[in-house]
Design a protein around this ligand. Structure first.
Ligand code: GDP
Length: 622
């Protein structure tokens, strides 16, 4: 890398890349950011857990200095800086989109060299792949290799050369293992300086033809002693400037997405936004998408976290009259309380028609809102941003999951959301009186009301655990319900009386039958479709080779006893009301079909489902 040099930045006008940091819990995401910033937030947090989105802007000079100092290369920096976003609910941020493309330009996937790839890493990989976000891997905690000699902030090549043979071997062993783990995930990876020049260009061409993935760069790092950090910064910058020129070309038109809506005591509500393109000014008239409609307001104040500090650290804001993209900004304005996180805000220009801008602003939200299940029955879904809501709705809709949604909301779960979810109790859909809270807080009020009324709230900051919790609940709920209605559960069946097997002609009728179709179960009402659907009673006993059984399946030959549902004077008799050639058919009703459809449908064999459908036609059940 010693000879890496960039051409002078002249006619290209690039904005700062937006970079997201992902990885499993404890991989060192927070520490890595601390190290990049030279601050220490991680220790100040409860249990070191990142509580909310934090953003760090790394100015160009800082980037250049660090790279130059440690790597002794001159960087012709074209990007003004680097905007790093530390996202605890990765999914939330990764799902944010602005004008159809992801907010995040690149990502750093942090992997602990001692742990390798963990399930959460795999989730991150899925997300990166789905969003087509390019990324590098920071193979963190190299200083934990036994016997590692610290070389503060050194390039990884230099640091590695200082290590004993044993440490180097151990490093190679772990690296090889992790490369193999990535391979298992279908990804090629290698130490970044072992990837040959031109290798990826070639691969990218092949990939376009649908052949192979390019090799992912691995940068070994220590977030504690700083080895490899300059390499990582160089790699990010180099990569952006080489491969993302088009995406990173600065545009004047304001492109700005709301990340979070913050209700602050005292100074009202503010919104945290990422300004991707354009300039915002104090006094600009803006339109923000609101839960109840467009919010037209004026920017009262614009502030950013101090460079190198992050938004989470209090009292470190800088105020601006105007700010140019890309930046992470706090906007103060009136009436922002109902703003919808994850939507784009629009600036009203002198020639703009306010009504048109309003419509534009509401467009994304409306398209998401329109996806609610039409029957009005389903769970209530609450997510942190429009993007994460959208991702969750998409996921719930997939055939493998198939969970209907009746209502949606964005932001923390409040009392009103619980009251909306509660409607499902009135509709006798207890299992849907549930809120799936994706990466949002639940207010204590809401929790109290939910407990009181029997509304369930499931929370998680990633999709899979959230859905799994709900599925487990549905399963238990279903099993309970099955027990409750066991007596009323009957299946469709078609029976044929065997000649010479009419043992008793009138109530209780006892006949030998072949089960031609379906399942005959004790309790099943039997009718004769050929004789105007006359009801002859219910199956009260089934004997299979002298053994009493509860049910008999297609293909079996059994004796059944049918006892009358009719008063004595109207009792049906064999030979009078029906004959040997008449088929005996289960008389299914709307409610018995409901039970099958609601509780047993997934487990019914195809043939039986078909029979149910045919019986619905036979009995004219719509
Ligand atoms: P996060 O959950 O991914 O944000 O992980 P943190 O940044 O909170 O780090 C988890 C733990 O690993 C903390 O105790 C850190 O001090 C420690 N840690 C993080 N990076 C390194 C590293 O490079 N070397 C060593 N030795 N420890 C690290």
């Amino acid at each position: 890398i010693a000879q890496v040099e960039f051409e002078k930045a002249d006619n290209e006008n690039l904005r700062s890349p937006i970079c997201c940091i992902m990885g499993h819990v404890d991989a060192g995401k927070t520490k890595l950011l601390d190290c990049i910033r030279g601050t220490n937030v991680q220790e100040g947090e409860a249990g070191g857990i990142t509580q909310q989105i934090g953003a760090t802007y790394l100015p160009g000079e800082n980037l250049r200095d660090r790279i130059n100092r440690e790597l002794k290369v001159h960087v012709g920096l074209k990007v003004p800086g680097l905007l790093l976003i530390d996202t605890p609910g990765h999914e939330s941020f990764m799902n944010l989109r602005s004008r159809g493309s992801g907010l995040c330009d690149i990502a750093i996937l942090v992997v602990d060299i001692m742990d390798g790839i963990k399930p959460q890493t795999v989730e991150s990989l899925k997300l990166l792949k789905m969003r087509k976000t390019p990324f590098i891997v920071a193979l963190n905690k190299v200083d934990r290799l036994y016997g590692w000699k610290t070389c503060h902030n050194a390039s990884i090549v230099k640091a590695k050369n200082q290590q004993s043979k044993d440490v180097q071997n151990e490093f190679e062993r772990r690296l090889t293992e992790i490369i193999a783990q990535f391979k298992e995930q279908g990804l090629n990876s290698n130490l970044y300086y072992r990837i040959k020049r031109g290798e990826n260009e070639e691969k990218r061409e092949k990939e376009e033809k649908g052949e192979r993935e390019e090799t992912i760069s691995i940068v070994p790092t220590s977030a504690i002693s700083g080895e490899g950090i300059p390499d990582m910064l160089l790699l990010l910058v180099k990569w952006c400037q080489r491969d993302m020129v088009e995406k990173l070309t600065y545009r004047d038109k304001v492109q700005c997405t709301v990340l979070e809506v913050k209700v602050n005591e005292g100074d009202g509500t503010t919104i945290d936004v990422v300004l991707v393109n354009g300039v915002l000014h104090e006094g600009d008239q803006i339109v923000v998408c609101g839960m109840q409609g467009p919010i037209v307001t004026t920017i009262r104040a614009l502030s950013t976290p101090h460079p190198l500090k992050e938004l989470r650290v209090k009292g470190t804001y800088l105020h601006h009259k105007e700010i140019k993209a890309a930046q992470f900004i706090k906007i103060a304005a009136q009436d922002l309380k109902n703003a919808v996180a994850g939507t784009d805000i629009y600036v009203v220009g002198p020639n703009d028609d306010l009504e048109v801008v309003k419509e534009l602003t509401m467009g994304d939200k409306e398209s998401v809102m329109n996806r609610i299940h039409r029957t009005g029955e389903g769970v209530y879904v609450q997510a942190s941003t429009l993007g994460s809501l959208e991702a969750l709705l998409d996921f719930l809709k997939t055939p493998a999951v198939n969970i209907p949604v009746s209502g949606i909301g964005i932001g923390p779960v409040h009392k009103k959301d619980v009251m909306r979810a509660r409607i499902m109790l009135e509709k006798k859909k207890k299992e849907y009186a549930t809120i799936l809270a994706f990466d949002v807080k639940v207010t204590p009020d809401a929790r109290g009301i939910a407990d009181k009324h029997g509304v369930r709230i499931f929370t998680a900051d990633t999709i899979y655990p959230l859905i799994n919790q709900f599925k487990a609940y549905i399963h238990t709920h279903k099993e309970e319900k099955k027990k409750d209605v066991a007596d009323k559960t009957i299946y469709p069946c078609v029976l044929k009386i065997k000649p010479e097997c009419v043992f008793k002609k009138k109530d209780p009728i006892i006949v030998g039958v072949d089960v031609l179709q379906g399942i005959a179960k004790v309790g099943t009402p039997i009718c004769i479709p050929q004789k105007k659907f006359i009801d002859i009673g219910r199956i009260t006993r089934i004997l299979n080779k002298e053994q009493q059984v509860d049910l008999a399946r297609k293909g079996s030959a059994v004796s059944i006893e049918i006892s009358g549902s009719n008063p004595v004077e109207k009792q049906t008799k064999f030979g009078r009301h029906f004959e040997i050639e008449d088929e005996l058919v289960s008389h299914l009703s709307r409610s018995s079909i409901d039970i099958l459809e609601e509780l047993y449908w997934d487990e019914l064999p195809k043939e039986l489902r078909k029979l149910v459908v045919n019986m619905k036609k036979l009995f004219k059940i719509l």
